[in-house]
Design a protein around this ligand. Sequence first.
Ligand code: NAP
Length: 561
Amino acid sequence: MMQAPSGRPEIDGRQFDVAIVGAGFAGLCMLHRIRALGLSARVFEAGADVGGTWYWNRYPGARCDVESMQYSFSFDEALQQEWSWSERFAAQPEILRYANHVADRFDLRRDISFETRVEAAAWDDERGLWTVELSTGATVSARFCIMATGCLSAAKMPEIPGLGSFAGPSYHTGAWPKEGVSFSALRVGVIGTGSSGIQAIPVIAAEAGHLTVFQRTPNYSLPAGNAPMSPDYAASWKAAYAARRQEARMTKSGAIYDFSERGALSVEEAERRREYEARWNKGGANFMHAFNDLAVSQEANETAAEFVREQIRKIVVDPGVADALTPRDYPIGAKRICLDTGYFETFNRDNVTLVDLRADPIEAITPTGVRTTSADHVFDALVFATGFDAMTGALLAMDVRGRDGESLREKWAAGPRNHLGLMPAGFPNLFTITGPGSPSVLSNVLVSIEQHVEWIAECLGFMQVRGLSVIASDRDAEDRWVEHVNEVAQRTLYPRAASWYMGANVPGKPRVFMPYIGGVGRYREHCAAVAAAGYEGFRFDGAPAVADRSQDDDRPMLRTG
Ligand code: NAP
């Protein structure tokens, strides 16, 4: 970008209809849709290129846990027909190539400012504008501000004494160096055994001289069953895309699985085992849909959990290591289920050691490695697979201020609050895509992104043709929605685990179940009903943008940029 004489990018002082924060899949999709409304938009992205999660998470083994044929956009028929996936579950480089393909195909880059972080955004009631402050020193304004910041984008380093004192290189899985890392012959320590650690550990173990895994909580993990994409399978999906995408939109999780109508305890034990075995052998998250009550009945859940524990005992040769790797104290699925390729098998390797932090906690990171109660572990490199300040971290990293200077950080001090997972009351014209209070991380996020993008775009279109300039959510409606989100969560087993869904991985973060667990299909219907009823729970203010409403239907009225 050319620099203005002041040294600030020439974007300084410009006004847009819409500012979009983030150029991951949500930001790209939103920009494309905003253009179709004839509005001006600018996307601000901290990374040097598009891709969001798939730009930053380049750790070895990074791979999607939703099948490739379903983890892709449906909004353009030619796009979904022309793209070919090479594996059942695509790896990070391929998904990043797909994000780049989308950006090129729809010529999106020209409206994106890269290496530009949004530091602050403040609503000005008199002007009906958001003022957006950027890390480049520039300030822009926009009538609407759309947060496409992602739910797992604020990497979280653990709060361990001595962090930063390690003399060798250290890496967080969620901010992996673009140029890659060689662990060849090195002594490597990995802290964390969530989805990222579980994917990275087998790949690092195959390369490193020695790998030490520091595990605090054992995790349930299922074999992914990844394989090269079968051309017939891809063709069958492409031929039926219209119907299957529609079907996926109305499911609970935004993806088509082999859903069961049966409860786990309604069948004999032999039949239950047959069902679990068949799904385990096929691989993927279908295992979690073997029975329809695994997420709500502790007794039913325990049958699936015990099956997985048995598999761990079968795979891991050393009974002590198997025991340490076995999760027992929370329901399966209540922490995000992991999919792996050879994770438990990795602990049979001679060059891999497991440190059970429950028995031998970390005391400090030292210049040479990690000190636990019983030993000093010496490393050449350290990997932090310690997760994210999920769902709210990226939003609250910015100083967002609504009406009368109300701070979003203060408003959400006891947990996120908004109406429909889309707009916090007191923050007019500010939308979040797949934010807290929406199905987001509990769903195939591409499906949820498209649903939010469409809802927001239709809302802006509704305002355009009516000459409305400001939309704000009601506090009453917000209160009711937050209550509903909590109430639905309490009917499930999810709150029984200390998960990042609950904010439990960040010391001091309020323990609130953040995503909406009522299901993607039901949520979609609810959002559609709200819109059909004239945006129930939302209020429009501001004078019409033009006096003559006769030409409203085909003329964009919010264009300012
Ligand atoms: P995570 O699930 O939050 O796991 C973080 C790991 O670090 C946990 O094992 C945690 O232990 C450990 N940890 C955190 N602080 C620690 C400390 N101070 N000392 C020791 N251990 C510590 O994070 P993640 O693995 O990055 O995954 C986050 C989410 O990203 C996933 O749940 C998933 O939704 C998404 N993801 C998806 C994929 C995929 O599509 N396949 C891949 C990667 C990530 P505790 O459990 O005891 O807290």
